[in-house]
Design a protein around this ligand. Structure first.
Ligand SMILES: Cc1cc2nc3c(=O)[nH]c(=O)nc-3n(C[C@H](O)[C@H](O)[C@H](O)COP(=O)(O)OP(=O)(O)OC[C@H]3O[C@@H](n4cnc5c(N)ncnc54)[C@H](O)[C@@H]3O)c2cc1C
Length: 342
């Protein structure tokens, strides 16, 4: 059975099979609904069902509470339709400009930049390129239909290779392999580009770039892309880690600060050890933003990394610093642990 979905306020329409999610059907039809993890954990795809009925596959309560569901809200990445629907969702212009493709790639280099961070570069087949927006991610297609997402750290303006920043999660299906058996010249298949976390180039608002850990990857792509475009937009990067070694490209950020007049870098460490001799900012990275910029009403925020950092930043920036909710853009790096949290 097929249902008709109408999106408000745009009026765009698409059809949805009864066994597919509203988001999957929208992506198939080239309708740009916002999304991130596609697993019911990050809430980027949350919208409203104005008429018709949906049921949700398993999702995290923190992404969509029972009260929100009762009030007609839905997570379109795990909602299936039971009738024609009219939904309310903010569409993302430009999200379907570049086709999502499946591609083989060859691991070109694996470089350990911190005890738990590897920078992996990927070579595409000859004459192939991947077109994407700065901030988007790709999904590796593993055995048994499993997939893992990684943000592209290289800017779209650069020819190959593609670059990814991968943090080891002990016990993790993919990263255990990356940190043990994976080697240069191995083949990995991926699908991409994905996601609606990318720089909105039609705005000239000053940008707060908030990264935790390897959340720096898409932020790096955004900074390098804007630099390649000769953009003069003010950018302030807050990069948070537990210890200084977590800021595995600190020297690059300091170099940007020295040469780019519109760029400021604020490294923030939450759990330095005495032997780190850390004398910079300390505490939670999003709290550092709030201390420096108590009024975010004229800013755009791009936040990426640990879900707890992204969630806290959105909640507190909107509630306490007057950031307009629709000027907060984010990708939360959810993992199996977040998806199966009880
Ligand atoms: C949009 C997006 C972009 C991302 N980009 C990046 C990036 O650029 N860099 C990056 O480092 N990461 C990124 N991630 C996270 C990445 O996709 C993986 O989730 C992460 O690398 C872990 O993968 P894994 O297979 O090694 O671990 P998983 O198999 O996902 O396991 C993760 C942890 O959960 C535990 N676990 C596994 N199964 C369960 C279960 N059923 N219940 C409880 N615990 C469980 C494991 O022991 C492990 O500690 C991104 C995620 C998203 C959604």
């Amino acid at each position: 059975m097929t249902f008709q979905i109408t999106v408000q306020p745009s009026g765009h329409q698409f059809s949805c099979e009864q066994d597919e999610t509203v988001l999957a059907a929208a992506m198939r039809a080239g309708v740009g609904l916002p999304y991130g993890c596609k697993n019911g954990a990050c809430s980027s795809c949350k919208g409203k069902v104005i008429s018709g009925s949906v049921t949700h596959k398993a999702h995290q309560e923190r992404a969509l509470t029972k009260d929100e569901e009762a009030a007609g809200q839905a997570l379109f990445c795990c909602a299936t339709a039971h009738s024609d629907l009219v939904i309310e969702a903010r569409e993302v212009a430009g999200s379907d400009d570049y086709p999502i493709r499946k591609m083989p790639s060859r691991v070109a280099t694996l470089e350990k930049l911190a005890p738990d961070v590897i920078v992996m570069t990927l070579q595409l087949p000859a004459n192939e390129t991947l077109k994407f927006r700065a901030g988007q991610y790709i999904e590796f297609m593993l055995r048994d239909g499993k997939r893992r997402s990684y943000s592209l750290a290289s800017p779209p303006d650069q020819d190959q290779p593609l670059s990814l920043h991968i943090r080891h999660m002990p016990g993790g299906l993919f990263t255990d392999q990356v940190f043990s058996t994976l080697k240069e010249r191995d083949i990995l298949r991926f699908e991409g580009p994905m996601g609606t976390f990318f720089v909105r180039e039609d705005s000239d608002k000053p940008m707060v770039l908030l990264a935790s850990g390897t959340g720096f990857a898409p932020i790096k792509a955004i900074i390098e892309h804007l630099r390649a475009q000769d953009s003069q937009r003010p950018m302030t990067l807050y990069w948070g880690g537990r210890r200084p070694q977590d800021l595995y490209m600190d020297a690059l950020c300091r170099q940007w600060e020295a040469i780019l007049p519109n760029f400021t870098y604020v490294p923030v460490i939450s759990a330095a050890l005495p032997e780190d001799h850390w004398s910079g900012r300390t505490g939670f990275v999003h709290a550092a933003v709030m201390a420096d910029l108590p009024d975010l009403s004229g800013h755009q925020v791009y936040a990426c990394g640990a879900p707890i950092v992204v969630d806290s930043a959105k909640r507190d920036f909107v509630a306490q610093c007057r950031l307009p909710e629709d000027e907060f853009y984010a990708d939360a790096f959810t993992t199996e642990a977040d998806i199966h949290k009880s």
